[in-house]
Design a protein around this ligand. Structure first.
Ligand code: SF4
Ligand code: SF4
Length: 119
C-alpha cells in the first residue's frame, strides 16, 4: 500500500465511505479494477520521477503514461513507480465509478498536503 494510502486508512472519514445509493453489498461486488477509470493515475500526486514526469506528477494531472485506452504504458516496466505498483483496487477508494474515485482521491490529496496536516 502506498504511503499516502496507509495514512488515509488511519483516518476516520465516514463521508468517504458513503455512496450514491448503492448498498455495501452492491459496492463490495465491484471488487476489481475498472476499465476506463484511471482515477488513481490522475488525482494523486506522484513524487517519483518517470520519463514523462521527470519532476514527478502533480495532483490532478493526467499521467502522461496513460494510453488513449487509459492503460499504463509502463505497467511491466521497471520505470513504473513503486507507488503505482503497490496501489490496488480498494472499494473505499475506488467506489462505484471513476467520478466517485476521483472525489475520494482528491479529498485525500488535499488532506495530506503538508500545509493542511495540522488542520
Ligand atoms: S481508481 Fe481503482 S478502479 Fe480506478 S483505475 Fe485505479 S484501482 Fe482501478
Ligand atoms: S505510471 Fe502508470 S500506473 Fe503510474 S500513474 Fe502513470 S499511468 Fe498510472
Amino acid at each position: 500500500m502506498p504511503p499516502f494510502l496507509s495514512f488515509f486508512r488511519t483516518l476516520k472519514m465516514p463521508h468517504l465511505t458513503q455512496n450514491q445509493g448503492l448498498s455495501k453489498q452492491e459496492l463490495s461486488s465491484a471488487h476489481a479494477c475498472r476499465p476506463q477509470c484511471a482515477a488513481c493515475c490522475i488525482a494523486p500526486s506522484i513524487s517519483a520521477a518517470t520519463p514523462k514526469h521527470p519532476q514527478g506528477k502533480a495532483a490532478g494531472v493526467r499521467c502522461g503514461h496513460l494510453t488513449q485506452h487509459l492503460l499504463c504504458e509502463l505497467f511491466d516496466s521497471p520505470l513504473r513507480p513503486a507507488t503505482c505498483k503497490k496501489f490496488h483496487f480498494d472499494i473505499e477508494v475506488c467506489q462505484q465509478d471513476a467520478a466517485s474515485a476521483l472525489k475520494v482521491l482528491e479529498t485525500w490529496e488535499i488532506l495530506t498536503k503538508p500545509s493542511s496536516a495540522n488542520l
